[in-house]
Design a protein around this ligand. Structure first.
Ligand code: ATP
Ligand code: MG
Length: 444
């Protein structure tokens, strides 16, 4: 039985208990967010079903919740995209309970210059973030407050899309689970950007001086050190996540398929794995073996310092190509994760149904990992995915949700929903940016 704690503060000591604390949104207000002029919502403590035709604002609502929870609006490349066309500011406020205590998150974007969309690309927007009424200097303050797990149709890209989708998926999850990772990832990105600048300068000057070599070496060490920490964190998370996903997938496939996953140095494949390590590097041969792939079962063998050494050696080896391409070609920003079903690449050989089950398994594993790490029952956002799942998959999802999570489910039609989703849920209609609670859903 899950209970909401009535008093207490959000300190680690509270999280040490085995009881899951529930995060529950009580109130949402949007002003000029996407296609909403003003939207007010008082969600149900558990089930919320948001109904509407295409392009009415369902995903926008979930995007607002996810933005408040993670500081990241997954569909917006630039902040101004979140501001309603024709407006020059936007504000969203979400009140919620976490561990029984009321909390609030407020994000406002204001144009410094006015006339936002007339000059959208150059308009500068000021971000104003408040947590519990206190102004914050960055979105990092939003982490681990309103804890959300989302599952949307675009998540199929984790299996079908390019490596960047998989890196983003694991890194965003890492950031949500371990606060320190956010800073680490940002620092790594800065290192790579500065190293790329140096590579560009060298490339454009047409020669490699002694001082360039020295400078590159310094950056190589930094890429290796910082990069290896990120890789190790990803590997650690995968070693927790993949066995969980395996169990879900086994069930979804009727015990027919075995899910496996590997961490891949993508950059290796560009050179057919034929690295030319300096012969005088003492342990390069064994490292070369190790770098081929990090099998989840062998994870414990890969220490951060080994990974750092591999990156360092690879960087040395690929230097000419890097200068020619003016890019850092080795490191976690180039890596990938492979998923296989019965040993066959899920990306290349998986059917639509197999890929869907795999993504659902990964998402369920993510949900469990969040619960385990934070000891909280997050808010679950299901954007357009439920109607796509057959009854078995809905059952498996329902089992996870059944333990008292607050859910927000968007859909254009309810016909394929299991009746359990509809029982005891609050329905909302969205029509052209206008959100209203409805007593009974209009049959679709
Ligand atoms: P679907 O069922 O197709 O997924 P949806 O209800 O989820 O539809 P949303 O993705 O929420 O639709 O988008 C609703 C509308 O919001 C779209 O028509 C889009 O053009 C519009 N929109 C997006 N950003 C803005 C903005 N900044 N200002 C005004 N309208 C916007
Ligand atoms: Mg949508």
């Amino acid at each position: 039985m899950i209970q909401v704690q009535q008093v207490g503060s959000r300190i680690p000591a509270t999280r040490a208990s085995n009881r899951l604390e529930i995060v529950r949104i009580t109130n949402i207000r949007l002003d000029n967010f996407r296609n909403y002029q003003t939207a007010l919502m008082e969600p149900h403590s558990f089930g919320n079903i948001i109904l509407g035709e295409n392009a009415q604002g369902k995903s926008n609502l979930l995007e607002a919740i996810e933005f408040a929870g993670t500081g990241k609006a997954y569909r917006a490349a630039k902040d101004f995209e979140l501001v309603r066309h024709g407006a020059d500011n936007m504000r969203l406020e979400i009140n919620f309970e976490a561990e029984g205590m009321p909390e609030s998150i407020c994000i406002a974007l204001k144009s410094k210059t006015g006339a936002l969309h007339a000059n959208a690309l150059t308009a500068s927007l000021q971000r104003d973030i408040k947590v519990n009424g206190v102004k914050q200097s960055s979105t990092a303050a939003l982490k681990r407050r309103l804890i959300v797990v989302s599952f949307k149709s675009q998540d199929l890209n984790i299996v079908r899309g390019g490596p960047a989708f998989r890196r983003d998926w694991i890194d965003v999850l890492l950031g949500n689970l371990r606060a320190a990772t956010v800073g680490r990832l940002q620092q790594y990105q800065k290192i790579v950007a500065q190293r790329n600048r140096l590579l560009r300068t060298i490339s454009e000057s047409g020669r490699l001086t002694g001082s360039d070599r020295e400078q590159l070496k310094t950056w190589d060490i930094q890429v290796a050190k910082s990069g290896s920490e990120i890789i190790k964190e990803r590997l650690n998370l995968m070693s927790e996540l993949i066995p969980l996903a395996e169990t879900h997938h086994e069930r979804l496939s009727g015990k027919r398929e075995k899910l496996t996953s590997e961490y891949i140095f993508k950059s290796k494949s560009a050179r057919d794995g034929s690295y030319n390590f300096d012969e005088d590097e003492d342990d390069s041969a064994s490292l070369r073996e190790m770098m081929k792939s990090f099998n989840i079962e062998d994870l414990k063998n890969a220490q951060t310092k080994d990974i750092a050494k591999i990156i360092y050696l690879m960087l040395k080896d690929i230097r000419g190509e890097e200068i020619a391409r003016k890019q850092t070609l080795i490191g976690p920003h180039r890596d990938d994760i492979a998923f296989a079903l019965d040993g066959k690449s899920a990306m290349n050989f998986g059917s639509q149904g197999q890929q869907r089950s795999l993504v659902l398994s990964l998402k369920l594993a993510e949900l469990e990992a969040v619960r385990n790490a934070l000891n909280e029952q997050p808010v679950l956002l299901l954007d357009d995915v439920l109607a796509e799942l057959d009854l078995l998959r809905q059952d498996v999802l329902m089992e996870m949700v059944g333990s008292g999570m607050q859910t927000f489910v968007t859909t254009t039609h309810l016909s394929s929903f299991k009746p359990e989703w509809l029982a005891d849920s609050q329905f909302f209609n969205v029509e052209n940016g206008s959100l209203s609670a409805v007593r009974e859903p209009i049959p679709r």
